[in-house]
Every structure is written in structure tokens, then in C-alpha cells.
Design a protein. Structure first.
Lengths: 501, 179
């Protein structure tokens, strides 16, 4: 084992590898910071560039893009209120209000440290617990997946804002939007109404960009006087205190640990990933907090939960890949491809046959997270300058990036029209005070819920299996508990409000 | 999160401000529209084929969701109609004032619509250039220096971005069917 670790270190700690990793981190941060451009897109674009590199250098570079991307997504989430990537969705809930009240530097610094510690913790879990966790993750059948999604859907209760009814309605709209296009099991086209634009379905990323970016930007320019006076997005002097932020992040060790473990577990479950982990970690942090009323108004606990949760999926996602050869997400599939290009077969024997590469990957995780930390801490002052750019410049530039991101996703012109339609719909929803996050959650979870419900019933028509299989029952019990706790919290709040009145 | 800023609870017999009446009308119209769409989709889902291999077919899950949506729509409509009864009619000209207040947002939306329509026709470069420029002018770039900066930004976002995607990432952004 020691021999393999040293061999891996020997390959990793070379100037060319460290240099390409550094470029990868920077590319990941910048790409993910642009609304509409995702981590998957950055990894796919970087893949061909790694073909000529040795195996470990190639995969370490891609890991660097991956880790940089998870942090980069929070930059536009905090500064523009638009999640740079789906995994930064929950970061907008608190980092943006924090930035708006004049603390953009604090929001970014907390996010960076939370991301760093989240990646670090997930890398440690990856090394220690990869084989047993992978075995649990792949033992989940369709029943357990469906129950997991039901549990994840209870997050809606945390995201609804003041009106539970409007939150549930937004969630239902999301679940229905996800049913447009090809049926996940039979391939039958649903609800396309003979429109080419709808026949391929509504991609999740288009919904995310349209709902958050387009509607947020339109809301930014509502006050004509402010915009014409050259008002910036955030009125504040640049103040970036990374060490104070580090102390603040470490002052919530339980939140940090719990959110990271949520990220690791969700990352290890094939098909889930960062877009769910950040919301689930946020939800758990809110429920466990002594000050849940501060969430959504610029709470540092919310930023810590979201950012450590999503970054921890990077280590979690590698667990089934390294232990069993099963990619947990599209990004993991690309990482697998980069190993296979170099003739390294990915499967249960990977750690035995190519121990040096695997240990090199583990070390690359630590190295990339350290590089991410340094790059982000050094460059954040530059990113913070975005806050001093007038809205008249930010709005068209970000709208153009959204358009490019929407098109580049599938190279489909029809996705541009979809983006426009969903953007207008999102603006209407926002004007009527419907929370947008439950809608996005519905779009993410809808296909997973439907596929696994139908697959479970196809395997065995017995509905009771959802309640008799232990893991499924445990997840459904957690879901029920989650709803009860949310309702209890709401009633308590209502009673307090009435008492105040 | 799009901070839900107002509560939809009925306000008792207290007079409700005009803004609340406008919102109540908005909710009713929006939910009626959603209800109509849900009804059409529900009927459509009934015609989707079922499979011999699974107890629930293609249409069952969407129908369940659509039924839930319709139920929620009805509850919202009932609540908002009840609220409407306790509000006075909107003063004349308030719709016009609201539209005028949101003129820039609608202006940007209009430009964005034109941009989306133009891109497949004239290509990314020639759709983006006027969009970015016009948007900046609409949002306040009027002085010569501001206009010069706006032109540089428009060139970077159109020609620059197109070149970056074409030569570095090997992704061809729309060329335009008319060109």
C-alpha cells in the first residue's frame, strides 16, 4: 500500500501535473461562475485536452476542474442571486441576501471555506469508507430510490417561504414540467402537442437559468430611476476578510460535518448529485439550527450548509466509481472515460490493479481543494469588483451568457425559445410571490421519482414493499418526520405571530 | 429563494390595500390559466399508451401530479376570491402606472424576445451585437464614453464569445439561416 501511495505521489507532485491542475481549478471556478455554464460542461470541454497527458495527470486535471467548479458556482449565486451551477441553488437563499445587505465579501469567504472543508471531509470519507459506502449505495433498489425522493421532496416545506400553499403549487408545477418529453421508461413522447420545441423535453438547466437568471435580471431593472442613475447590483465597499470567515465557518462544526456527510451520501448514490445535496444539506441545517428564522435572510449557517454539502458530493461521487466502477453522475462518467482512454479499466478491481492511480486521485482531491482555496482567496477581490459594475452592463452580459449556455447544452436552437418562455413564466411567478426553488426541486426530482416508482411496480406490483423494505421504510419514516417537524415549526411561528399581533 | 414577501392569509374584515387586490386578481387569473392547462394535459395524458409490463402506464404519474396541481389551483382561487370581496376597486390609471413603473423590465424582456427570435435567423454574432448594445442604451448608457464602453462590451460578447467557442471549445454557436 505504501509503495502505491508513494508511486501515486511521485506521479502527482510533478510540475506539469500541478500546473495543469492549477489551470483546471481556475477554469472550473470561472466556468461555473458564469450563469448557464455548468461543471459538466467545463469537464466535457476539458476532457479532449487531457488525452495527451499521462493517466493520472489527465484525471487529476479533471478533478481540479470539478472541485473548482463546485466553488465557482457560488460566485454568481452570492453576487447576482443567480446560481452559477445547479449545485449552488441553495447558496442563493442566504449568500445573496447577505451580499445585498452589504457583505458580499463575507458571503464569498464563508462559501469558499465551507467548500474547502466540505471537499476535505468528503475526501477523507472517500479514502476510509469507499468500499462499504459503495456497497450500501448500490444496494438501493427502485423502492429505496423512490422513498429517498419522497424524503427529498419534503425539503419543499423548508423552501416555501411564507405561504405553504404557493410553495406546494410551485413544486407541483416543477414535477409536471419534468413529465414533458420522452417518457423515461417507454420512450413515448408526452405533452409535446406536436411542437418540436417540447418533443425532447424541458432540460433541467433551461428551467434553472430561465427561472432564476432571467426572472432575477428582469427584477433588477424594475426601478427605472435606480438603473438610469448607474446603480450597482450591490451597494458596498469591498471588504474581504478570509480569516474571520474561516473562524465563523469553524464555529459551526456540527453543521459543517452534517452537511458534508449529506453531500458524501447523496454523491455516493448514483443519479442524485450536487443539485440535490445542497438543498438537502440546507434543509437539515435549517431544521437543526437554533435560529431557523434567520435562514433566507443572510444566515451564515445556510451558506455553510449549502456550500459544504455540494462540494462534498465531489468525494462522494467517486465512491461508487472507484469501488465498483459505477459512475454516480455525468461528471463521474467523464472522469471514467478519461481513465479508460488511457487503457485503465474501471471496475471493482481498479484499486487492486491500479492502486498508484487511485491513491494519486485521492491525493489529487486534497491538492485540488488546497489549490481551489488559494486561487479563490487570491482572486475573490477581483470577482467582488462585479458588484461595482452598473446594472446596465451586468444585465445584457449575463442574459447573453444564459443564451449561450442554453444553446451549448444540446446545440438546439429550440432551447433558446424554451429559455425565453420559462424566463417569462419565472418572472410572472416571482411577481406573484411564488417561491421558485420548489419548482426547480420538482424538475430535478420528478423524473427520478417517476422512473423508480414505475420500475418498482414493474418488478413487483405489491405496494407494501415500500413499507416493508427496511431502508425504504426508514426513508419514508424520515419523510413523515420531516413533514411533522415542518408543520410544527409553522404552527409555532403562526402562534408567535398571533401573540405579537 | 424568491423570498415570498406577502402572506396570502385572508385579512378579516379590514380593508385590504390596492396592491393586495391587484395581486389577488393576478393569482386568480394565473391559477385559472394553470387549471385550464392542467385540464388539457389531464385529458391528453389519458390517451397515452399503457404497457403490458407495468401496472401504471406513461400517463398515470403525470395525471396524479396534474390532479394535485388542479386541487391546489382551486384552493388558491377560492382563497383569493374570498380576499377580493374585502377590497375596493383599483383606482383608474393604476394599471398604466404599474406598466410605466416596470417599463425597463418590459423593455429588456422585449429586446430579449427579439434576440431569441433573431438568433436562428441572423446567427449568434449579429443577434448578440445589437442586443447587448441596445440593452445598455435602454438601461442608461447615453453619454459618448458610456456608448464607447457599451460598443466594446457588445463586440466582446458577440464576436469575442463566438471566436472563443469556435476556436477553443470547437462549439459552433448558431450561424443564422438567412446568412
Amino acid at each position: 500500500m505504501m509503495e502505491s501511495i508513494l508511486a501515486g505521489a511521485d506521479q502527482l507532485f510533478t510540475l506539469p501535473t500541478m500546473l495543469t491542475m492549477l489551470v483546471g481549478v481556475v477554469a472550473g471556478v470561472i466556468t461555473a461562475a458564469i450563469p448557464g455554464f455548468t461543471i459538466t460542461m467545463a469537464i466535457v470541454l476539458a476532457l479532449p485536452l487531457t488525452f495527451t497527458m499521462p493517466a493520472l495527470q489527465g484525471v487529476a486535471t479533471l478533478l481540479a476542474v470539478y472541485i473548482g467548479g463546485y466553488t465557482g458556482g457560488m460566485i454568481s449565486a452570492a453576487l447576482l442571486g443567480i446560481p452559477g451551477t445547479p449545485s449552488a441553488l441553495a447558496t442563493t437563499f442566504d449568500a445573496y441576501p447577505m451580499a445585498r445587505r452589504g457583505e458580499p465579501g463575507r458571503a464569498l469567504a464563508i462559501g469558499i471555506w465551507a467548500s474547502f472543508f466540505g471537499t476535505l471531509l468528503s475526501s477523507i470519507v472517500l479514502i476510509i469508507a469507499a468500499p462499504p459506502l459503495a456497497m450500501i449505495a448500490v444496494k438501493l433498489g427502485a423502492w429505496e430510490y423512490f422513498s429517498l425522493v419522497v424524503f427529498a421532496l419534503t425539503i419543499v416545506a423548508s423552501l416555501v417561504g411564507r405561504s405553504m400553499l404557493r410553495g406546494l403549487l410551485a413544486g407541483a408545477i416543477g414535477l409536471i414540467l419534468a413529465t414533458v418529453g420522452a417518457d423515461p421508461l417507454m420512450g413515448v413522447t408526452r405533452f409535446s402537442f406536436d411542437l418540436r420545441m417540447l418533443s425532447a423535453g424541458i432540460p433541467f438547466l433551461i428551467v434553472l437559468i430561465g427561472i432564476f437568471a432571467v426572472s432575477q435580471l428582469l427584477r433588477e431593472v424594475e426601478d427605472a430611476e435606480e438603473v438610469k442613475a448607474g446603480k450597482q447590483l450591490i451597494d458596498s465597499r469591498i471588504s474581504f476578510k478570509p480569516w474571520a470567515a474561516m473562524r465563523e465557518v469553524l464555529s459551526y462544526p456540527f453543521n459543517l460535518f452534517r452537511s458534508s456527510m449529506v453531500g458524501v451520501f447523496i454523491g455516493a448514490v448514483p443519479g442524485a448529485g450536487g443539485s440535490i445535496a445542497n438543498l438537502l444539506a440546507y434543509d437539515q441545517a435549517k431544521r437543526g439550527s437554533k435560529h431557523p428564522e434567520a435562514f433566507g435572510k443572510g444566515s451564515s449557517e445556510g451558506v455553510i450548509a449549502s456550500e459544504s454539502g455540494n462540494s462534498a458530493t465531489s468525494g462522494g461521487g467517486l465512491i461508487p466509481m472507484i469501488a465498483l466502477g459505477i459512475p454516480g453522475s455525468a461528471v463521474d462518467a467523464v472522469l471514467m472515460a478519461s481513465l479508460m482512454v488511457h487503457g485503465i479499466g474501471v471496475g471493482p478491481r481498479l484499486i487492486m490493479d491500479h492502486a498508484d492511480t487511485v491513491y494519486g486521485m485521492f491525493m489529487a482531491m486534497f491538492l485540488a481543494s488546497a489549490m481551489m482555496l488559494v486561487v479563490c482567496l487570491l482572486s475573490m477581490r477581483m470577482f467582488l469588483k462585479v458588484t461595482s459594475v452598473p446594472k446596465s452592463v451586468i444585465v445584457p452580459v449575463v442574459l447573453t451568457c444564459c443564451m449561450v449556455g442554453a444553446f451549448a447544452l444540446n446545440n438546439r436552437v429550440t432551447d433558446i425559445y424554451l429559455l425565453l418562455g420559462i424566463g417569462v413564466f419565472g418572472y410572472v411567478l416571482a411577481k406573484l410571490d411564488y417561491p421558485l426553488a420548489p419548482l426547480v426541486l420538482g424538475v430535478i426530482l420528478g423524473p427520478i421519482a417517476e422512473t423508480n416508482l414505475r420500475r418498482a411496480l414493474m418488478t413487483n406490483e405489491d405496494w407494501t414493499l415500500f413499507f416493508t423494505r427496511p431502508i425504504s421504510l426508514a426513508l419514508l419514516t424520515l419523510a413523515a418526520l420531516s413533514i411533522v417537524l415542518a408543520l410544527r415549526y409553522r404552527f409555532k411561528q403562526r402562534r408567535q405571530n398571533l401573540a405579537l399581533d | 429563494m424568491s423570498g415570498a414577501s406577502s402572506d396570502s392569509r385572508p385579512q378579516g374584515r379590514e380593508p385590504v390595500p390596492h396592491g393586495e387586490r391587484a395581486k389577488a386578481v393576478g393569482h386568480i387569473v394565473f391559477n385559472l390559466a394553470l387549471l385550464g392547462i392542467a385540464a388539457v394535459m389531464f385529458v391528453h395524458a389519458g390517451g397515452l399508451p399503457s404497457s403490458a409490463w407495468e401496472p401504471i402506464g406513461s400517463g398515470s404519474f403525470p395525471r396524479l401530479m396534474l390532479a394535485i396541481l388542479a386541487l391546489l389551483n382551486v384552493i388558491v382561487i377560492v382563497k383569493e376570491v374570498a380576499k377580493l370581496r374585502h377590497t375596493a376597486a383599483l383606482p383608474s390609471g393604476s394599471v398604466g402606472a404599474w406598466l410605466w413603473q416596470h417599463r425597463l423590465a418590459f423593455g429588456v424582456l422585449g429586446l430579449f424576445t427579439l434576440y431569441a427570435i433573431a438568433m436562428p435567423l441572423v446567427g449568434f454574432r449579429w443577434a448578440t451585437l445589437p442586443f447587448v448594445l441596445a440593452c445598455q442604451v435602454l438601461l442608461g448608457a447615453r453619454r459618448p464614453r458610456q456608448l464607447a464602453i457599451a460598443a466594446v462590451i457588445a463586440l466582446l460578447m458577440s464576436l469575442g464569445l463566438d471566436a472563443l467557442f469556435r476556436h477553443v471549445f470547437s462549439i459552433s454557436l448558431p450561424r443564422g439561416s438567412l446568412l
